[in-house]
Design a protein around this ligand. Sequence first.
Ligand SMILES: Nc1ncnc2c1ncn2[C@@H]1O[C@H](COP(=O)(O)OP(=O)(O)OP(=O)(O)O)[C@@H](O)[C@H]1O
Ligand SMILES: [Mg+2]
Length: 207
Amino acid sequence: MSNILIIDDERAIRKTLSEILTYEGFKVEEAADGEEGWKLFNDKNYDVVLCDIKMPKLDGLEFLTKASEKNADVPVIMISGHGTIETAVDAVKRGAYDYVAKPPDLNRLLITIRNALDRNKLSKETRVLKRKVNRVQEMIGDSEPIQRIKETIEKVAPTEARVLITGENGVGKELVARWIHEKSNRATAPLVEERNTCRRKSDCSHQ
Ligand SMILES: Nc1ncnc2c1ncn2[C@@H]1O[C@H](COP(=O)(O)OP(=O)(O)OP(=O)(O)O)[C@@H](O)[C@H]1O
Ligand SMILES: [Mg+2]
């Protein structure tokens, strides 16, 4: 079930949207201003945010900026009043997924939400696929030393231990490092490579 956050200071708009979206099978939460919306956005995971533009405390554009800095994946749909269509267009240029005018046309709103959810799903799938495509190359060999290396990788990768990998040029130190990352609890986070950090030039084969 998809989670939708509605941020609008007009109670009537919140209620209407919330009723319709709940009826359509979405899980809906409401916030009465940008600040409350921002708190909820920080605490929970939403699939789509509907956000008014003119609001007390934190307005729609400020919310959009903060939200896309934190998590650019969640589509934000602006709800625009009479005087704020231009601002809504501006918001879309700044990364909002789309905007709907007040009072919301319900069919258009539902189409916009479904499209936003689809885009979100696609970008998640793309990320998973990219990870699969970039999978670490298999470690070839089943000699005793290679088996020992594989066992050691299995043992140390899930721990917080620091690992020093030594060996002559081209023996596969980087491959071992990639496998340790792949089997670690941080496998979904990037592997950060630092180069040329040797303290003494005479110890270093990087230049
Ligand atoms: N056991 C292995 N199975 C498959 N490929 C391997 C194996 N060992 C090394 N390779 C391949 O050999 C090449 C060199 O390995 P790698 O870059 O990991 O070595 P390195 O020890 O980091 O080298 P350098 O000292 O030059 O930094 C890579 O293409 C790596 O994938
Ligand atoms: Mg290397």
